[in-house]
Design a protein around this ligand. Sequence first.
Ligand SMILES: Cc1cc2nc3c(=O)[nH]c(=O)nc-3n(C[C@H](O)[C@H](O)[C@H](O)COP(=O)(O)O)c2cc1C
Ligand code: SF4
Length: 366
Amino acid sequence: MTDIAQLLETAGLTGRGGAGFSTAIKLRAAKENGAELIVNACDGEVGAIKDAWIVAHHLHELIEGAGLVADGRRPRIRYAAHRGSRTAQVLEKAGLPVLEVPHRYVSSEETALISLALGGLAKPLTKRAPFVFGGRDSHGRRVPPTVVLNAETVWRISQISHLGPEWFRSYGTTAEPGPRLVAVGGYVARPGVYEGSAGVALTDILDAAGGLPPDARHVGVGGLGGVLLTAAQARTTIWDSPGMKSHGGALGPGIVTVWNPAECPIEIAAGLISYGAGESAGQCGPCMFGLPALAADWADLARNPTGSGRDRLALRLGHLERRGACAHPDGVARFATSALRTLAPEFAAHANHTCQKGRTQHAQYA
Ligand SMILES: Cc1cc2nc3c(=O)[nH]c(=O)nc-3n(C[C@H](O)[C@H](O)[C@H](O)COP(=O)(O)O)c2cc1C
Ligand code: SF4
């Protein structure tokens, strides 16, 4: 039988949970160490729904893919889903072992799942050992070798085993092959989960959901850990790593959200940044204190766009990068950096009172 890791390497499968790491490398290490598998079906990112769609429509293939990762020594397989979610219900009904994850943003980060699986809190571990080899965590607990894979990644493993690497490579680009699910939401006619691939125009993805409405002004790509584009940028952007990198972003977990033009984008961004601040696991100083300070700076800038707030905000953003044990502060900083740049005209309109919503509606900033 063909080695599954070899097949995945030929196919060029990379993780669909956001970071995009080679699945073949993870799988080889998992097999060598008889690692337990946690299938991450949490859809924890803002706007994410693709893993729920896989569980609802392709559960057998998901189970089969998990079996391919965990064959041999029959290690344990668990499916992580938010407690009480439809995904958790479907998995439980199918008789699968479900790791019930609290509804917190950072709880679906991989080491948070490992901690939860050990009977601890669903908070990211501050020791970042590659737990596929096992070892001790930051609390001194023994961690059995464990690999965490996103549900779409596991589904793609099953597809590649049946359809082959050539099929997989017939989608996407040479550097970023394969089909990818994208959750399209917000101000579109038909929000839902669509199949895309790296290298297509962002407008092609949006067309599947009814198109980018002519009055749309902003498009978020990648959720709270992603970036914000103007509608004009979205119309000319290619959805692949180079295309997204030119806006400071990445392909990420496959989320495209059109912002409602009737709502103030500065307020939408403020809401997202405050949400991110409230979701810090409170373990790393720069995250625990830096994110709330960032949210406060953003509100100050919205209140007084002509002051020194912009410089302060920029300085603050620089102090967040790579400062946490997990990538949460980096994600929020990336989004805020991008939103600050993209919303420059809106901040200017705030400053000279020509903001399209009118000043009176920004009561919370008054
Ligand atoms: C704050 C935070 C939240 C995350 N939430 C999810 C999630 O809901 N689902 C997911 O698959 N990955 C999530 N990730 C990424 C995981 O840590 C991990 O990289 C991924 O599950 C690995 O699977 P992959 O290699 O198949 O992409 C999150 C990461 C961070 C930093
Ligand atoms: S960076 Fe933030 S969310 Fe991540 S482990 Fe540290 S405190 Fe928790």
